[in-house]
Structure formats: structure tokens, C-alpha cells
Design a protein around this ligand. Structure first.
Ligand SMILES: *Cc1c(COP(=O)(O)O)cnc(C)c1O
Length: 397
């Protein structure tokens, strides 16, 4: 058996590899450069172009581009009318922003447990958490796999809730053949550099509702409108605008918009490569009894943002932390997505206790994210598989 690098053996690869990385090509550089020497760095034509492109890719009627995915979630909750005392159901296996967005509006996140096979929020658990105070569900397409939209819609419609889909991981994914972005009441994207498509920072909210769209536009820019038909007081002159509600400056720049547009031209190529890598990992790990491979619902045609390696600690003489460190010594640097949101001290102080979502907590104890990004070479992928097999063999019970 090969000596583990953590015990002094030779690592499977010489250079370190990380779980995610952006891919920027010459077309991206030129797209950004053209904006830099143009008239408008912000509030210009690239933002409209990005919004139109997001609509054409997803089939959504309206898109509002914003400064980041968190801002997108915030204005989505505002547009949904979340306020003091309202409850918003979400998953604990997500980035904190999916829950924080309810808090920003004075609302309360309520955590529903995940399906132990797909790791996405379980619609049955969502239904159990509905109360008279529930206003919305923020469902996260964790790793890029679509949530069970039909089942979630049925819970939402029965109880008069809005469905907000946090699609930070799932741009390009389809549910029953329909692109993510065109289905939920509102869908949010993030264009952070670890996500499939990047703008450095950036985000967007997509919707088919004119009413929600108009609210989203207001909240993006201070609650200010220049639309004469929306004005409430007398129009003083051509300079006149009105602030109708308390909004924010959540605008994106034309520089970022240009980068995202250029990246979206590569979305199919990004998706194809990510699928290939996921297939290689799945094939290699399916036959290893010490591992569990994430299951997919047949409705989701997934472009994966994250690849979760889940160990079965009962079959190994090492826990997740030990496995993670052994991988790191092999120069394969993983990450963990996610620490359950309610484990965070901020949420503990609000009174959230451990134990409320046992499947999510179990997943957290057993998972790590392997390298997955467009520019991984086949040799990189082979080295990751080699490292996983090496560590499993060394700790097999
Ligand atoms: C990245 C991410 C966000 C936040 O997006 P930002 O653009 O970083 O603000 C929200 N939800 C999920 C699930 C994410 O992965």
C-alpha cells in the first residue's frame, strides 16, 4: 500500500489544487477593456444587455442585475413582502446569505431538513414547518441540482407562499427540460468567482411577474423611480424623480456586466466539462463501499457547481477532519459546504439549537468538496481520484 503523504509518503501530485477556480480568457479581458474606455462604467448599456441575455438563456420574462447574490436574495425577500415577524423556510446546508436575507427584512429563517440522498431541502420537511406566519420558501439548488420544484410549488400554493429559488449554484441546470430561472416566483443567481459564471462580484433576480419586477427595480436603486406613471407628487421639471420606498444601492457596474456576458457565452462549454468531471468522479467512487455518491432526481439535468465527496465514517478508521487533512497532504485541497447555518454563533444567540435538522448535521460530519471547475485537466481529475482511493485504502477498517 502507498504511504500517505500525511505520514511522510510522496503526495499524489506536486502542486496544490483547490476546490474551485474561475476561468478567464482573452474574450473576457477584451470585453472588460472595451467598457473601461467607453462612456458608461455604471448605469450603462451593458447592464440591460446582461439582463436581456439572462432572460434569453433562461426563458424568464424579467431580470434585474445587482451587485451580488446576497443583494439579489435581499431584494427578492423585500419584493416578496417579508417583514417583521414573517417566517421564511430554508435549508441549513447553504451559505449563510440564504437565511440572512430573511433577517435583513425583520423576518425569521426557519430551517427544514434535507433529503439524505440528494442533500436538497425535503419538501415534506418544508410542509411540516409551515405556520400561519410563513410567507416564503428560499429553496437552494445545492451543488447545482434543481430542488423538487413541483413538490415545493404544491406546498407553496396550498399555503399561499412565494417560492424563491437560490440558484447561486445552478445556472445552466434544467428542471424537466426547463432552464432554472424561468420556474420559481423569483430566482437568484450569484456571479462570485467560485460560481460557474463570474463577474468578479455580481448577482441577478429573475421573475415572470411584472409586479415583482417593478418592486425589484425600485429596491435595487434606493427606492427611486424616474417613471412618470409611478409618481405621486406634482412633477417639478425634467430633473424630477421620486423615492417611493426605502431601497438600496445594489447596482452592478457595466464592467462586471460585460464580464458576465462574455462568460455566459461559455456556459455550454463550462457545463459540458463540469458534467464530464462529475461523471469521472461518480464512476470512480460508485464502486467504493466507504463512499456515498450524491443521488440525482431524474427531473434535474444538472450542471454541477460543487462535487461532494461523502464518506461513511462507520467503515473507516478516520473521521471527516482526518480524511480532509490527509487529502490536503496529498496536495488536493478540499473545502466543506456547508457548516449548517444555525451552528453559527449569530444564530445560536437568536436561540437556534443543534439537533433541529439531523440529516443536515449528519451530512456536515461526513462531507467535503472536491476540486470541480472548467480548467481542471484529465490529469488533475485522475490525481484527485488517486488521492481519494489512496486515503480510503489507508483507513479502510
Ligand atoms: C455564493 C452564494 C450566495 C451569495 O452570493 P454572493 O454573490 O457571494 O453574495 C448565496 N447563496 C448560495 C447558495 C451561494 O452559494
Amino acid at each position: 500500500m502507498e504511504e500517505l503523504a500525511i505520514n511522510g509518503g510522496k503526495p499524489v501530485r506536486e502542486t496544490k489544487i483547490y476546490y474551485g477556480h474561475q476561468y478567464i480568457d482573452q474574450a473576457d479581458v477584451e470585453a472588460v477593456s472595451r467598457v473601461l474606455v467607453s462612456e458608461a462604467l455604471t448605469c450603462g448599456p451593458k447592464i440591460t444587455e446582461l439582463e436581456e441575455k439572462l432572460c434569453s438563456i433562461t426563458g424568464a420574462k424579467y431580470a434585474v442585475a445587482v451587485s451580488n447574490g446576497t443583494a439579489a436574495l435581499h431584494i427578492a425577500c423585500l419584493a416578496a413582502g417579508i417583514g417583521e415577524g414573517d417566517e421564511v423556510i430554508t435549508t441549513p446546508i447553504t451559505f449563510a446569505a440564504s437565511a440572512n436575507c430573511a433577517c435583513y427584512c425583520g423576518g425569521k429563517p426557519v430551517f427544514a431538513d434535507i433529503d439524505p440522498k440528494t442533500y436538497n431541502i425535503d419538501p415534506v420537511e418544508v410542509e411540516k414547518k409551515v405556520t400561519e406566519h410563513t410567507k416564503a420558501v428560499v429553496a437552494v439548488d445545492f451543488t447545482g441540482q434543481a430542488v423538487q420544484l413541483d413538490e415545493l410549488f404544491s406546498v407553496c400554493h396550498k399555503n399561499g407562499l412565494l417560492l424563491i429559488e437560490d440558484a447561486a449554484h445552478s445556472i445552466g441546470t434544467k428542471y424537466k427540460g426547463r432552464p432554472i430561472g424561468s420556474i420559481a416566483d423569483m430566482t437568484t443567481f450569484s456571479f462570485h468567482p467560485v460560481k460557474t459564471v463570474t463577474g468578479g462580484e455580481g448577482g441577478a433576480v429573475l421573475t415572470n411577474s411584472r409586479e415583482l419586477y417593478e418592486k425589484l427595480l425600485l429596491y435595487r436603486t434606493h427606492g427611486i423611480t424616474k417613471n412618470v406613471s409611478m409618481m405621486q407628487n406634482e412633477i417639478d421639471g425634467p430633473w424630477y424623480y421620486e423615492m417611493l420606498d426605502l431601497g438600496f444601492n445594489y447596482r452592478i457596474t457595466d464592467i462586471q456586466a460585460a464580464l458576465i456576458i462574455s462568460q455566459l457565452d461559455k456556459l455550454s462549454a463550462f457545463g459540458r466539462r463540469r458534467k464530464e468531471i462529475v461523471e469521472k468522479y461518480n464512476e470512480a467512487f460508485r464502486e467504493i463501499p466507504e463512499l456515498f455518491v450524491q443521488e440525482e432526481i431524474p427531473e434535474s439535468d444538472t450542471i454541477r457547481h460543487l462535487y461532494i465527496l461523502r464518506i461513511r465514517p462507520e467503515k473507516l478508521s478516520v473521521d471527516r477532519a482526518g480524511f480532509f487533512r490527509a487529502m490536503e497532504a496529498e496536495n488536493v485541497c478540499c473545502n466543506v459546504h456547508y457548516i449548517p447555518v444555525y451552528f453559527m454563533p449569530y444564530y445560536e444567540k437568536l436561540g437556534y439549537q443543534r439537533g433541529i435538522c439531523p440529516e443536515a448535521e449528519k451530512l456536515y460530519q461526513e462531507e467535503m468538496s472536491l476540486p470541480l471547475y472548467y480548467s481542471l485537466t484529465d490529469e488533475d481529475v485522475d490525481s484527485v481520484i488517486h488521492a481519494v482511493k489512496k486515503v480510503v485504502s489507508a483507513y479502510r477498517k
